[in-house]
Structure formats: C-alpha cells, structure tokens
Design a protein around this ligand. Structure first.
Ligand code: SAH
Ligand code: SF4
Length: 396
C-alpha cells in the first residue's frame, strides 16, 4: 500500500505532528514585518487580548486598560486615542506616544457597476494585497473577501494569483486590517450588535493566497474578528477556502470552527494533479476524508465545494456524476464558478448549457449547486483575477 493510501484509510493517525511542523516552519520563512513603525511606535491592531494586556503591563497600565482599548479599536473602530473618551486625557497622550491604531493604506479603490468594491491595500513595507467587498444584490448585507498572502506558493493553472510567486504572508494585523479598512469605507462603525443585518456581514477567506499555508496569522486574525466585545462576527459568518491542505483542515476545524470551502475543481487525481498541483501531495481521497471528518458540518452548516467550470476540461456530465458519488453523504453544497479569464490564461469558460447540465446532475443528487455569478468583472474583482490590473500597471 502506498503511504497516501494508508493515510486515506487511517487519516487522523498518520497525518499530524510532522507535517504540521513542516508547514508551520515553512510559513515562518515568509513572516510579515514587525508591528513597529519607523518612529518606534507600535501598532496595537492584530495583537491578541493577552498581548494587548502585556503591552499595557509594560507601561504600568492595568488589564482593564487593554479591555477599554479593545472596545475602542474593535467595537467603535476608533483610530485616534484622543477620541477614546472613557480614557483620561493624560493616558490618551501616553498611549499616543507609544502606540498607533493602524490601517493598511487604500492605494486604489474601485467600485464596479454592480457595486462590488475592490481595494488594493498597501502595507507598511510597500507590499500590496487586494480585498473585495461583494454586496448582496437584494439585501443590506455582503461578503468581505480577504487576502491571506501576497502571492501564493501553489500554482493552480487557472488562477492568476498562482502565477505570482509568494512574496510573503500577511500578518494578523494586515488580515484584520483589511476588514477594518473596508468597514471604514462604508462607515459601518461601531460594530453592529447581535443579528442585525449589516453591510459587511460575512468574511470569506478567498482572496489572494492559501489561508492554511499562513495558518497562525489567519487564526489570530479570525479570533479577533470573532471576539464578542469587538467586531463580533460569529464563526458561522466566516468561510475559509482552501485548495486542500489536509493536515491544517483538521486543525482549523478544531480550533476555529469556521465554515469550510474546498476548491475541488476536478474529480480524478490525474486532472486535479494538473489543475491544483497540491493534489499530488494530498490527493482527492485524502481531501474528501478530511471533509468527512470536518467538525460541525451539518445540513445547517454545509461544506462548500468550489468547482471552477473550464470548457471541455472538467465540465462533462460524467464528471458531474462522479462528483456526486465522491461527496455522497457529506452535508455539502457545490458552488459552480464560471472560469474568470485573465490576460494570458489558458482556459475558456464553460458554456451556459454545459454549466446547466452539470448543475442539474448535482441538484438531482440532492445538493444545492448555485452557479456563482461573476461579480465586479469590469474591475477585475472576480475570483482568481485579483491584482491583475496592478501587475499590468507595474509591468507597464
Ligand atoms: N487559495 C484558496 C483561496 C483563494 S482562491 C483556494 O484556492 O481555495 C478562491 C477561489 O477562487 C478558489 O476556489 C479558486 O480555485 C477560485 N479561482 C481561482 N482562479 C479562478 C478563476 N480564474 N476563475 C474562477 N475561479 C477561480
Ligand atoms: Fe493559490 Fe488558491 Fe490560486 Fe491555487 S487557487 S494558486 S491555492 S490562491
């Protein structure tokens, strides 16, 4: 039996410590810059609660100061210590000497004819990543699509980010900062409480990069986003999309419990090896096994399988049948994503009738299979197109 086959049969047993250690060590090579500014002040955004308490202790401030700051930073959205009215003036000044409440700089903001808004955020070291806000066409709510890395180490054949080498991981401050800066743009502070509909109502980790190859920073950022005394988005409103980093899926499920989306795109290993080269490391059987054991999956909380529709490549009725056989018994839905072309891409979008035939097979098997309408195409904000324009401008 091959090692891969053995793991598919006894996944939890074989997959753990070694591989996790290797993945975490590899991601540390691409660490983001420190939170220290050139003038010596430190950014408070992105610190965990405990780290914030420790920062306060270091300047002889009690833990309740950290709690006040948390409220001002993440609930009120304040960036200026002088606006933090529950903190005495002299303390405000003391804080302002040593700290800042940072935001990534919005280098470019474009709003599509369909109201999708794309932000190119520039971080302190000049690196850039994109964030997209996708409003619901009908209701007052929408998804914020966050990037987790600048570039990506993986090189999925149909994805524009995959053509850009990994420059570095984004830090927790930069990941949560994308959300906060997008909120600034819509003036949606203070954080709406409870289940009231809000404009920026869900987070999807589907921008640039593979979130599970930057797990530590993504997890820290999501822990901040989920904190009830701050932004307060529940884990049900957060979806993490992965190309299938199997050992880290278990960890994300156990520690974060967010919704899972899996970029499947093919139902046979030979084709998936080509489209999503990570498949050579974690083949389909292992990936599906990891989905089957993902905690908290239920009919109310389904796993999303993403399937990019590539004309003549993966869009046959036979493949749709194989897909439903593969995911049988998993509480799942299948998002069919018409391929979004980018300059130089080698594929074409499936025809509308091919997509409809594929969707019908999936639906007949009892899975919801929405076809994801591309949003923000005019500003290249759709899946897999991020940073295309920026790159072209840089090249030109
Ligand atoms: N790295 C993660 C998350 C970012 S990509 C992942 O791969 O899941 C978010 C989704 O967009 C993935 O399902 C990805 O496969 C899809 N995607 C990438 N390029 C695309 C393109 N050109 N057209 C349509 N979908 C694309
Ligand atoms: Fe990276 Fe996801 Fe693009 Fe693949 S699809 S290259 S994993 S960002």
């Amino acid at each position: 039996m091959t090692a891969a086959a053995a793991r598919a049969i006894a996944p939890e047993a074989a997959l753990t410590a070694d591989e996790r250690t290797r993945i975490l060590a590899k991601s540390a090579l691409f660490d983001p810059p420190t939170l220290q500014l050139a003038d010596g002040r430190r950014d408070l955004v992105g610190l965990s609660r405990d780290e914030l308490i420790a920062e306060m202790a270091a300047i002889n401030e009690a833990p309740f100061r950290a709690r006040q700051l948390w409220h001002w930073i993440y609930h009120q959205g304040a960036t200026d210590f002088a606006a933090m009215s529950t903190i005495a003036r002299p303390t405000q000044a003391k804080l302002a000497e040593r700290f800042v409440v940072g935001r990534p700089e919005a280098a470019v903001v474009q709003t599509s004819t369909d109201d999708t808004r794309k932000f190119l955020f520039r971080f302190r070291d000049g690196q850039e990543a994109e964030t997209v806000y996708i409003p619901d066409p009908v209701e007052d709510r929408g998804a914020v699509c966050l990037s987790s890395q600048v570039g990506c180490t993986l090189s999925c054949r149909f994805c524009h980010t995959g053509t850009q080498r990994l420059t570095r991981n984004l830090g927790a401050a930069e990941i949560v900062g994308q959300f906060m800066a997008a909120r600034d743009s819509y003036g949606e502070w203070p954080s709406p409480k409870g289940e009231t509909p809000r404009l920026l109502s869900t987070v999807v980790l589907m921008g640039m990069g593979e979130p599970l190859y930057n797990y530590a920073n993504v997890a820290k950022a999501m822990t901040i986003v989920m904190d009830n005394e701050g932004i307060g988005l529940s884990r049900r409103r957060i979806t993490l999309s992965t190309s299938g980093v199997v050992p880290m899926m278990d960890r994300a499920g156990a520690e974060l419990g967010v919704n899972l989306a899996v970029s499947l795109h093919a139902v046979r290993d030979d084709l998936r090896d080509e489209l999503v080269p990570l498949n050579r490391k974690y083949p389909i059987a292992e990936l599906i096994a990891a989905c089957r054991r993902y905690p908290g999956a239920s009919n109310a909380r389904r796993i999303t399988f993403e399937y990019v529709m590539l004309k003549g490549v993966n869009d046959s009725v036979a493949e749709a049948r194989e897909l439903v056989r593969l995911i049988a018994g998993i509480p799942a839905k299948v998002n069919l994503i018409p391929f979004n072309p980018w300059p130089g891409s080698a594929y074409e979008t499936s025809t509308a009738s091919a997509i409809a035939r594929f969707a019908a097979v999936v639906m007949d098997a009892g899975f919801s299979s929405p076809v994801r309408t591309p949003r923000g195409r005019d500003i290249l904000a759709a899946c897999g197109q991020l940073r295309t324009v920026g790159k072209q401008a840089a090249a030109g």
